[in-house]
Design a protein around this ligand. Structure first.
Ligand code: MIG
Length: 690
């Protein structure tokens, strides 16, 4: 059951699609407080667990820390950070009571989850104009499903976007990209897409292509397409100020940019130098900006990533002026500890400052709003602009879109990647823990930069990260300019990389099916163990294993030099260890704690009873997948069934019943047999009596 509580006059953010009347009683089991400030409180028992917050730091269980929903461009995701790029205000408290809380508020919200006082959960929106939803249900999965129904169906990516993507900031010209693709193809490492980072643009101007470095772009797109590669260009939020640049000229002329208090276009420095920010909260501006994507669609582009849309601000004119003045003044001073650091802070504090965020304004279809108060809606509406435009240009075709910044509601228009992580082992674990939280909040097409964005990657780190990454819908290797090259062919012998990524391609029909069902049925692709084993107290303690899709459990290795890891099995399971799509070892393992050996080139996977996994022949790109012929691994001692989702991978007729095709295990003459209208070339059947 969902109850909505309205305080003051909340701004309509568009996060929810079901408009329900507000309840009049008090907001149980939370308690509304007005002193010392407006907030909601709940007293937790020692064993209560708090799930959620989507793209947030720390554990699956969010207990014991404080998080601030305020979309932030911060490339150092160390443990103390309270904000990352997204603002996903949904939590579930599970223990003495079980309920979900969604705070629909466009500005800053603080979730103190037992940080100030271990027993107390305090949710504090910055203002008293807010809608709060309380969701109760039979189970954790049920609460999520109700919430996801409330916020509407998640964005659905084309099937090719489930192929492997290679990206790097620093591919300076078409030849750099040709070289990358050549290396992948020559080494037989599957690949479906290459991202174009800011270097493809002319002087970092959105919707331009640098003609010297990327000559005959249309032909280049086609040339790549012929090799089974799609290019995915980046689009940034800031529009460069430059005479004669059409996006700038039109934006000024038609009032599409955010304004200062005295009505001038707000100026901020980002990649291209000084820029203006389109006012994505305005529907005319969304329409105008959205139409610009057509420039690239017309060149054969089928996917994009939206960046810097928190929005990231390096400096504002005013901030820079003040800092430079402070530096001049300092010339004649004898700087001591306080004045020296104050001066330094003037510069380090220039980026993403609250002073700047509170100095420009939106015009949300007639309502003027100060940016800091609606900050979390910016990236969301940039992506909405694109999503709405794609629907008009390509009503029957899925266009790939993923954004850096987001708010719940944006999940209907695009996926997200989780921003600038690092080549750190701890970031594999952070990535594992984040996936179920993201799924709770509606973000299904999502993933982290594999190998890590910042810092230097090593061979073992990349292999381990890939062995987890092969399960993520968005599977992309991306790295920052200046870091060690980390494409899969940069670390000597490529066989292990080829094998691990080929495992992904052989599981692709399964992964795609599970993704589609999760989108269409408002369920989670990645779940904490406790969601599927609510009565198992130990399962709730496990933070480094995830239930995946229908009947699988994944247990990635995320520690350097580890030869394996401990795993917890909440019931008897079939252990499948892959070295390649066809080289596999099996073991039947009983419920409980175990240590498993996992070499650098192996992928561990566990299967529940009476489940099956269809595998296809691996290919070099998704275009070549043969989805008529499968091998089946089954762990069954009675009839059961797997529902394969099978469509053309790009049309939008998602719900057609013929897309759902069962592969069944039926009993015939006392024997279990696989029955399907697919060609099943081999069955590896295991059951407890074996
Ligand atoms: O931080 O376009 O998160 O993926 O490579 C610099 C350059 C701006 C931030 C993105 C990152 C991208 C980079 N961008």
């Amino acid at each position: 059951m969902i109850k909505k509580y309205t305080y003051g006059e909340p701004l309509q953010t568009g996060a929810v699609v079901d408009i329900i009347p507000a309840a009049t009683e008090s907001i149980e089991p939370l308690e509304l407080k007005t002193e010392p400030q407006f907030c909601f409180e709940y007293t937790m028992t020692d064993d209560d667990i708090v799930y959620g917050l989507g793209e947030a730091n720390r554990g699956i269980n969010k207990r014991g820390y404080i998080y601030t929903s305020f979309c932030t461009d911060d490339p150092s995701h160390t443990e103390e950070k309270r904000s990352l790029y997204g603002a996903h205000n949904f939590i579930i408290v599970d223990g003495y009571d079980r309920f979900g809380v969604f705070v629909d508020f466009p500005g800053k919200v603080t979730f103190d989850i037992g940080y100030t006082d271990y027993k107390t959960l305090t949710v504090t929106p910055d203002e008293q104009n807010v809608d709060v939803y309380i969701i109760t249900g039979d189970s954790l999965n049920d609460i999520v499903k109700q919430f996801r129904t409330l916020i509407g169906r998640s964005y659905i990516a084309p099937r090719w976007a489930f192929g492997f993507q290679q990206s790097r900031w620093g591919y300076m010209c078409a030849d750099d990209i040709r070289e990358v693709v050549k290396n992948y193809r020559e080494n037989g490492i599957p690949l479906d897409a290459v991202n174009l980072d800011i270097d493809y643009m002319e002087k970092y101007k959105d919707f331009t292509v640098d003609e010297e470095r990327f000559p005959n772009f249309d032909e280049f797109v086609q040339e790549m397409r012929n090799q089974g590669i799609r290019l995915i260009p980046i689009i940034d939020a800031g529009v460069k100020i430059e005479d004669g640049y059409d996006v700038y000229v039109e934006g000024v002329r038609d009032n599409h940019f955010c304004k200062t208090a005295n009505g001038q276009d707000f100026t901020a420095g980002v990649w291209p130098g000084r820029t203006h920010f389109p006012d994505f909260l305005n529907s005319d501006t969304r329409k105008w900006f959205g139409e610009k994507y057509k420039f690239l669609l017309d060149k054969g582009i089928e996917g994009f990533w939206n960046d810097m849309n928190e929005p990231a601000v390096f400096y504002s004119d005013k901030g820079l002026r003040e800092a430079l003045q402070a530096a001049k003044d300092a010339e004649t001073q004898d700087l001591d500890i306080n004045s020296f650091f104050a001066l330094k802070d003037k510069f380090t504090g220039l980026s993403n400052s609250m002073n700047d965020y509170s100095s420009f304004y939106h015009n949300m279809d007639g309502t003027v709003l100060r940016h800091d108060k609606v900050h979390n809606l910016y990236g969301y509406n940039m992506t909405k602009a694109a999503g709405e435009a794609f629907k008009t240009f390509e009503p029957n075709k899925r266009i790939l879109m993923y954004s850096r910044s987001s708010y719940i509601g944006m999940h209907r228009y695009g996926g997200i990647w989780t921003g600038d992580n690092q080549s750190w082992w701890s970031h594999i674990l952070l990535n594992i823990k984040m996936m179920p939280s993201l799924n709770m909040c509606g973000f299904l097409y999502t993933g982290a930069d594999l190998g890590g964005f910042g810092s230097d990657c090593t061979r073992d780190l990349l292999l381990r990260w890939l062995a987890f990454g092969i399960f993520k819908p968005l599977m992309r290797n991306h790295s920052a300019l200046g870091t060690r090259n980390q494409e899969c062919f940069r670390f000597g012998d490529t066989t292990d990389f080829k094998n691990i990524i080929s495992i992904r391609y052989s599981m692709l029909p399964y992964i795609y099916s599970e993704y589609m069902k999760a989108s269409l049925e408002n369920t989670m692709l990645f779940r904490p163990l406790s969601f599927d084993y609510p009565d198992d107290a130990f399962a709730a303690r496990v933070e480094d294993q995830l239930m995946f899709g229908d009947g699988l459990m994944i247990t990635p290795v995320y520690t350097q030099n580890a030869k394996g890891r401990y795993v917890y099995l909440p019931e008897d399971m079939l252990y499948i260890k892959f070295t390649s799509p066809t080289q596999r070892k099996y073991a039947l393992m009983p419920k409980g704690n175990h240590y498993i050996d996992v070499a650098l080139n192996e992928v561990p996977l566990f299967m529940r009873k009476n489940k099956l996994l269809p595998l296809c022949r691996p290919t070099d790109c998704t275009d070549n997948i043969d989805d008529s012929t499968f091998e089946v691994i089954a762990y069954a001692d009675k009839p059961c069934e797997y529902i394969l989702y099978n469509d053309d991978g790009f049309s939008t007729d998602y719900d057609k019943p013929e897309h759902f095709e069962p592969i069944s295990i039926k009993e015939e003459n006392g024997e279990l047999k696989v029955v399907s209208n697919k060609t099943i070339v081999r069955v590896s059947m295991f059951n407890l009596n074996n």
